[in-house]
Design a protein around this ligand. Structure first.
Ligand code: FES
Length: 187
């Protein structure tokens, strides 16, 4: 009888379209992470490789994953957080399909990178470090990418857009989505 009630509740909730699991659905990725932790547990310098594997599994390092790693390795959560936020290869939030980087080096800045950045923020509806609501783009500011003669520069994946003007931003985003829409993973 109890299981019937649960089944009805779950059906009602799914019909309502509102998730009631609060992100606590059984997640096999934690079992896999447990195996990784067990493998590295007694080795020195294990935190970075374990976090790397965790990010491969989860796509980022949210709080519950950091907590799981800290407990598993027997290190303070503050240490895990410190490492996860220190290295740029780690991310606490899910990244978009593509990372779009605006060069904020001196040459680009002088040529108007700040205006391009504002146009990008407006178009993507997010600030630096954030991801557009459609999950496509994560916006980043970077230092000189070594293409100062082409300033201001915007980079998406392997593609460098040169001498970008704020009014080009909408077109650049649309063209990139159009050209890469069949790709499965971030570039
Ligand atoms: S400052 Fe932007 S490429 Fe050098």
């Amino acid at each position: 009888m109890a299981s019937e009630v649960v089944a009805k509740r779950s059906k009602l909730e799914s019909v309502g379209g509102e998730c009631k699991c609060h992100g606590k659905l059984p997640d096999d990725r934690f079992n896999k992470l447990r195996d990784v932790i067990d493998e590295y547990k007694d080795k020195s310098g294990s935190l970075i490789p374990v976090l790397h594997e965790a990010q491969q599994l989860f796509g980022c390092l949210p709080e519950d994953v950091q907590e799981f790693v800290a407990k598993g390795l027997g290190v303070p959560e503050s240490e895990v957080y410190g490492v996860a936020t220190f290295y740029s290869l780690f991310s606490l939030k899910p990244k978009g399909k593509w990372t779009i980087s605006v060069c904020l080096g001196t040459a680009c800045y002088v040529k108007g990178a700040a205006n391009c950045l504002e146009a990008l923020k407006k178009e993507l509806g997010t600030d630096i470090g954030g991801t557009s609501e459609d999950g496509l783009f994560t916006l980043e500011g970077v230092r000189c990418v070594g293409a100062c003669a082409l300033a201001p520069v915007v980079v998406i994946g392997d593609t460098v857009y040169a001498k970008v003007k704020p009014e080009d931003i909408k077109r650049i985003l649309a063209e990139h989505v159009e050209a890469h829409s069949t790709e499965a993973h971030a570039s």
